[in-house]
Design a protein around this ligand. Structure first.
Ligand SMILES: [Zn+2]
Length: 373
């Protein structure tokens, strides 16, 4: 069985441009990303478990917050919302100093009690990935487990290879972390390069010791430059958001509408269809991506490549914009959104790769290569 590697946010076009001769017998294919973020995509790709199966789409679900202290604080701190900056700062202080996790994120205090954080990263720890049969028989080394540095992770890989392990599953998150901090282009490529060089040394070592084995590398999506902040001006068109009318949960590029006043569904739908910045999911789209459950929203609107929402409930930075720009993913999947496309790479493999993959076909390939058929 092979060395199977997951690299979060490794773009297809970066590989094609700068690494097509990385190894003698390398095949590099393109993959269309699915919708949602890492906390859902890793499950979709490796375990074939979709939002409808897991009951989670984005990191927060519209379920009443169970924690009393959070409910209490959200209620008494509500007046802070009149002061935008103060409201953001207060949530940051609570999350960093008191709760030490993303408990309040940037959800308006008046809606915080309606949502619960339910994200669960597949590669966080063995308790989670250890239950998935795809990893049976594999030594899993995950950069996400205990927030390891890249160097710590590859030295674990090195030790495992030297121990004579053949069946290794490696998770690397460096490309995602780096990609969010820089626009795509030469600077991005230059920053990625030393990591790829270090990784290559170890892959060479693996192949020298195990010349008959193959190496499979898969990413969940690529990385695109953030070009534009979008404000849909919903208040102007549909009035202030309230629990009795509508709530528009916005997370970077994904907006989920929870519409209590059913008379508003059609007008909001019609309005979104006039906007060119994103795509309103049809019933067919929702069936295809397995997000049919209404608890993910009465309407789901996903921005096209390069656009992000001006107001992001997942978090808001108070820092000055980075002069190097920034990167994002999670946009509406389109083959022509080149920077956002993911990749499937096979080194020293017997199977001839398809030119293009989508998640279900990539999942089948992963299963075959990892000897799970
Ligand atoms: Zn990311």
């Amino acid at each position: 069985m092979p060395l199977s590697i997951f690299i979060d946010a490794l773009p297809y076009n970066e590989m094609k441009l700068n690494y097509s001769n990385w190894f003698d017998n390398i095949q590099i294919s393109e993959m269309l990303p699915n919708i949602a973020y890492s906390s859902s995509l890793h499950w979709q790709l490796y375990c074939n478990k979709y939002p409808d199966d897991r009951g989670v789409f984005v990191d927060w679900v519209k379920e009443k917050e169970p924690k009393k202290s959070v409910r209490f604080l959200s209620t008494i701190l509500r007046p802070l919302e009149c002061f935008d900056k103060l409201s953001v700062i207060s949530k940051k202080v609570l999350d960093r100093k008191i709760y030490r996790k993303n408990t309040f994120a940037n959800i308006p205090y008046r809606f915080r009690n309606e949502f619960t954080e339910k994200s669960k990263y597949l590669f966080w720890n063995k308790k989670i990935y250890g239950q998935e049969p795809i990893f049976d028989g594999y030594t899993v080394i995950s950069q996400d487990e205990g927030h390891l540095s890249f160097d710590e992770t590859v030295s674990k890989l090195n030790a495992s290879i030297e121990d004579g392990n053949k069946n290794i599953f490696l998770v690397l998150s460096f490309a995602d972390a780096l990609g969010h901090l820089c626009r795509r282009g030469e600077k991005y490529s230059a920053r990625l390069k030393p990591y790829m060089a270090e990784l290559k040394t170890l892959l060479d070592k693996y192949l020298t010791i195990n010349p008959k084995e193959s190496i499979l590398i898969v990413s969940d999506h690529g990385m695109s430059t953030v070009n534009k902040k979008i404000d849909l001006q919903l208040g102007k068109h549909f009035g202030k958001q309230t629990k009795k009318t509508y709530i528009a949960y916005s997370d970077s590029a994904i907006m989920c509408f929870f519409i209590e006043d059913k008379k508003l569904i059609e007008p909001i739908k019609e309005y979104l269809l006039t906007r060119e910045e994103g795509h309103l999911l049809t019933e067919d789209d929702r069936a295809f991506y397995k997000v049919t459950d209404r608890k993910f929203g009465d309407l789901i609107y996903i921005l096209k490549e390069g656009n992000v929402f001006a107001n992001n409930w997942f978090g808001k930075s108070l820092k000055k914009p980075n002069p190097d720009g920034s990167g994002m993913h999670g946009f509406w999947p389109e083959w022509t959104s080149y920077d956002q496309n993911a990749t499937v790479i096979l080194i020293n493999g017997e199977e001839k790769l398809e030119e293009k993959y989508i998640y279900p076909s990539a999942h089948q390939l992963i299963k075959r290569v990892m000897g799970k058929e």
